[in-house]
Every structure is written in structure tokens, then in C-alpha cells.
Design a binder for this molecule. Structure first.
Ligand SMILES: Cc1cc2nc3c(=O)[nH]c(=O)nc-3n(C[C@H](O)[C@H](O)[C@H](O)COP(=O)(O)OP(=O)(O)OC[C@H]3O[C@@H](n4cnc5c(N)ncnc54)[C@H](O)[C@@H]3O)c2cc1C
Ligand SMILES: NC(=O)c1ccc[n+]([C@@H]2O[C@H](COP(=O)([O-])OP(=O)(O)OC[C@H]3O[C@@H](n4cnc5c(N)ncnc54)[C@H](O)[C@@H]3O)[C@@H](O)[C@H]2O)c1
Length: 429
């Protein structure tokens, strides 16, 4: 790297965003043999942690707090990583190779990685800023929601996406009355399409969630500054002790935009995670990266992407002549409902354990093929276009992702009848 600052010190690699992506990048740099300085800066006060437990085990009180962190506290000192928590970066200057901290400090960098992630979209209606209206992104948000999920509490969830459905399941487990209000015709419609979205709707309804679709939220009603209900477009009001909002996220691009980096639904990068500015890289939720397999830019808002993309970015920052990031997108979700009869084992109908592989847009497929028993909630769904598998979701079925990944990567035309037949090995469809 060899670039020194005015006083002759070697400039560090600076990572902005001390979460999953940032911590994994620091780890990847050390594992790749980088001996120079690494500064990991984050505005949160917690050391880097993982968010999936916040809507699942941690929210349910089953996963203890010490299990959510990416690394143990001593790992940063042991690996000579300067961790600056509670520190927001307010500006970057790509020409001068500096980042400015909100407290006015300035750090010169040799290379800069932006893992600034994303922020929840706010509900744009009157009354949305009252007490009792909760969002879920950070661990303290999860703590607040956990405290509100009491038996008999009237919980209204706005948005039937991943946050909405996972918190709805947790709220039912806690014994709350749950109503989910969704603007679209079905939950998760944008990701799963009609055929599979219906399966999720049926599953949550069968566990006591009052799911309402095509609703328009007009206003959050309240008394003394605390929310009391949700008024809908048809004039009705759904009473609420607490309202949880999960209506999607926006990539945290403000820093990049202000610095003149190219952005378009995230920070635009090439397959090596290089942005439009020299020596500046981006990874994780915030990166809209060129993906060689799909021959286009895609932005992925999931855990595995924030784990894996930083490894490519780290190798690129160190000057490695490595292959670009071409992993097939992957994500998972889990929910489990306690059987209604004591001593009954957890059946598949009480379990939602799924993995999703691939990438498909709502109008990007022409056929869905199911393999297995949809009613028993043990199946694989495949999204196809022109006979080729673009994406899949295995529900309560395990150890199938390797052959499915091969199918997606090969782009070969499959026989839909053989694909639907569980007796035909996936490598022979
Ligand atoms: C409740 C919840 C549950 C989830 N469950 C799953 C799941 O089951 N499966 C799955 O695949 N994915 C899941 N996800 C998505 C997954 O957590 C994200 O894709 C992942 O966190 C993205 O990591 P990231 O490091 O890119 O960004 P983030 O996790 O968003 O972290 C970015 C960090 O950068 C910091 N930052 C931003 N701007 C600045 C600045 N200017 N200065 C300093 N710091 C800054 C932020 O404060 C934040 O700490 C879940 C997300 C949530 C919220
Ligand atoms: N298992 C997982 O992979 C997982 C779990 C939790 C969160 N996450 C991530 O967290 C982020 C946020 O999740 P999310 O569920 O908020 O986003 P999402 O994009 O998954 O879902 C948002 C939902 O809100 C609906 N909506 C939007 N505006 C609305 C309105 N005004 N009224 C009613 N409904 C409205 C949308 O139609 C959509 O169904 C995403 O990046 C997601 O990938 C992932």
C-alpha cells in the first residue's frame, strides 16, 4: 500500500460501518495477511453484532445477548483493529483520501470501505412519531419490542415483509393478539411472487395472526402522545397497544452521495466492489454491485451477502487479482410455534425454516414448480424462466442447496416434471 500521511505514518484502511459487513471485512483483511492499520468506525455503541436474532431468538428471549456479536470483545485488540464505536462519519473526501468524524476529527485512509448498511423507511402518516410506534433494526429496538410483547397485548404490525412476519410470529409466541396490515395483496409478494406468498399467508393465519391485505394506513391515533390505534383508508380503526413498523429499508447512501460517488439504489460498484471513486469500496446492504452471473447490478439485503462480499472487497483493497463477487444470493428465515397441545412434538406445520437461493424479480419468472408436500409445509419451490431455474426456496427440507446452486449456475433447461418429482435426484432433472 505504501501511502503515508503528512507525518510519514502509513495510512490505515478505514471501514465505515461497524456491523456485520464491517467486522467481516476487518477479519478478511487480517486473514489475507494485511499487517497495516485497520480502523473500523461505527455510530452504534455496541461492538459489531448480527441482526437476524433480533427478530427471532433474541426477541423471544431464547438467544442470550452474548451470542449476537460477530466477535468476542478482545478479538479487536488481539487483531490490532482500532474500533471506534459511537462515532459517526460525517463526510468523506475521495480526492484528499480523508474521512471526517462527526466530532470533527479527521482520518486519512489508504483505502476506504463503506459498509453503512441500511435504515428503516419511516411511516409517512400523521401520528407516526408517537410513543409505542416501534421500528426494528438495532438491538435496543429489539429490547423495546420484547418489552411490549406481553400476553394479551394488542400488537399491530404494519408491513408483511420479513420484519413484519418474523415479529408477528414472535408476538404470537409471547401470547399477544396480532394484526398485520399490508399494502399489497399478499405478504412478501415482491420477493416470493403470488404462489409462494400464499403459503406464508396461510401459515401465519393458521397460527392466529389476523392478516389484512390491500389496506391503506391513513393515520396512527393516540392519546397523550402514545399510540392507541391505526386508522385505515376505509375509515375503520384497529386498536393497538403497540405498533411495529416494517415497511422496508433504504440503503444508507448519504455519505457516498455527498462525496459524489455514483449511486443508484445503493452505492454502485463493479464486481470487485470498487465504487466510482479511486480506493473507495462498498459492500453489504448498501452496495449495488455488478453480478457476473446475472450480468447486471443487484443489491442484496441479507446476512450472507454481508458476510461474503467483504471478503472480495478485502482482496480487492489489497491489490489481489481475484475473481469478482459472483456468489448466488442466499438467505434464510426461521420461526417456530409451540404446539397447542403440551408434549406434542413440533410438527412441520408449526415450523417455518427455510432457505432461499437465487435472484428473481416479481415479473422475472414464468412458472413456479413445487416439489414435495406444500400442505405439510415440507417442499421446495423453484422459480423458472424459459425452462431454467432462477431461484428456489426449500421449506423444512435440508441439505439441498448445493445441487440447486449448480442448477442455477449452469442455467441449463430442466424437465419440470422431473423437477417436481422428489424421487428424481436434483442433479438429474
Ligand atoms: C431484525 C432483522 C432481522 C434480520 N434477519 C435476517 C435473516 O434472518 N436472514 C438474512 O439473510 N438477513 C436478515 N436480516 C438482514 C441482515 O441483517 C442485513 O442484510 C445485514 O445486517 C447487513 O449488514 P451490513 O453490515 O451491510 O449493514 P448493517 O447491518 O445495516 O450495518 C451498517 C452499520 O453502519 C453504521 N453506519 C451507517 N452510517 C454510518 C456513518 N456515517 N458513520 C458510522 N457508522 C455508520 C450503522 O449504524 C450500522 O451499525 C435481518 C435484518 C434485521 C434488521
Ligand atoms: N429472514 C430475513 O432474511 C430477514 C428478516 C428480517 C429482516 N430482513 C431484512 O430487513 C430489511 C427490512 O425488512 P422489512 O420487512 O421491513 O422490508 P420488506 O421489504 O421485506 O417488506 C416490507 C413490506 O411492507 C409493505 N409496505 C410498504 N409500505 C407499506 C405501508 N405504508 N403500509 C403497509 N405495508 C407497507 C411492503 O409491501 C412489503 O410487503 C430488509 O432488508 C429485509 O431483507 C431480512
Amino acid at each position: 500500500m505504501g501511502t503515508a500521511d503528512d507525518s510519514g505514518r502509513e495510512r490505515p484502511i478505514v471501514i465505515v460501518g461497524a456491523s456485520l459487513g464491517g467486522a467481516k471485512a476487518a477479519q478478511a483483511l487480517r486473514e489475507a495477511g494485511h499487517r497495516g492499520g485497520i480502523v473500523l468506525i461505527g455510530e452504534e455503541h455496541e461492538r459489531p453484532y448480527e441482526r437476524p436474532p433480533l427478530s427471532k431468538g433474541y426477541l423471544l428471549g431464547k438467544t442470550p445477548r452474548e451470542k449476537i456479536y460477530v466477535h468476542p470483545p478482545q478479538w479487536y485488540a488481539e487483531n490490532d483493529i482500532t474500533l471506534r464505536l459511537g462515532t459517526a462519519v460525517s463526510a468523506i473526501d475521495p480526492a484528499a483520501h480523508t474521512v471526517t468524524l462527526a466530532d470533527d476529527g479527521r482520518i486519512e485512509y489508504a483505502k476506504l470501505l463503506l459498509t453503512t448498511g441500511s435504515v428503516p423507511r419511516r411511516l409517512p402518516v400523521p401520528g407516526a412519531d408517537q410513543d409505542g410506534v416501534l421500528y426494528l433494526r438495532r438491538v435496543e429496538d429489539s429490547d423495546r419490542i420484547k418489552a411490549a410483547l406481553r400476553p394479551g397485548a394488542r400488537v399491530v404490525v404494519i408491513g408483511a415483509g420479513w420484519i413484519g412476519l418474523e415479529t408477528a410470529a414472535a408476538a404470537r409466541e409471547a401470547g399477544a393478539e396480532v394484526t398485520v396490515l399490508e399494502a399489497a395483496e399478499l405478504p412478501l409478494l415482491r420477493v416470493l411472487g403470488r404462489e409462494v406468498a400464499q403459503v406464508f399467508a396461510d401459515l401465519h393465519r393458521s397460527h392466529g395472526v389476523d392478516l389484512r391485505f390491500e389496506v391503506r394506513v391513513e393515520e396512527l391515533t393516540g392519546a397523550d402522545g402514545t399510540v392507541t390505534g391505526v386508522r385505515l383508508g376505509d375509515g375503520s380503526t384497529v386498536p393497538a397497544d403497540v405498533v411495529i413498523v416494517g415497511i422496508g429499508i433504504a440503503p444508507a447512501t448519504a455519505l457516498a452521495e455527498a462525496a459524489g460517488l455514483e449511486t443508484d439504489n445503493g452505492i454502485t460498484t463493479d464486481e470487485h466492489l470498487r465504487t466510482s471513486a479511486p480506493d473507495v469500496y462498498a459492500a453489504g446492504d448498501v452496495a449495488n454491485a455488478y453480478h457476473p452471473l446475472f450480468a447486471r447490478h443487484i443489491r442484496v439485503e441479507h446476512w450472507a451477502n454481508a458476510v461474503n462480499q467483504p471478503q472480495t472487497a478485502a482482496r480487492a483493497m489489497l491489490g489481489g487479482d481475484d475473481a469478482g463477487y459472483d456468489r448466488v444470493p442466499y438467505f434464510f428465515t426461521d420461526a417456530e410455534w409451540t404446539p397447542r397441545h403440551p408434549n406434542e412434538p413440533v410438527a412441520s406445520r408449526d415450523k417455518l425454516s427455510m432457505e432461499y437461493l437465487g435472484y428473481v424479480e416479481p415479473d422475472g419468472y414464468d412458472r413456479v414448480v413445487f416439489r414435495g408436500d406444500v400442505k405439510a409445509n415440507e417442499f421446495i419451490a423453484f422459480w423458472l424462466k424459459d425452462g431454467r431455474v432462477l431461484a428456489s426456496m426449500n421449506m423444512n427440507i435440508w441439505d439441498v442447496t448445493d445441487p440447486i446452486r449448480d442448477l442455477i449456475i449452469s442455467k441449463r433447461v430442466v424437465n419440470p416434471d422431473r423437477l417436481a418429482n422428489p424421487n428424481v435426484p436434483l442433479g438429474e432433472v
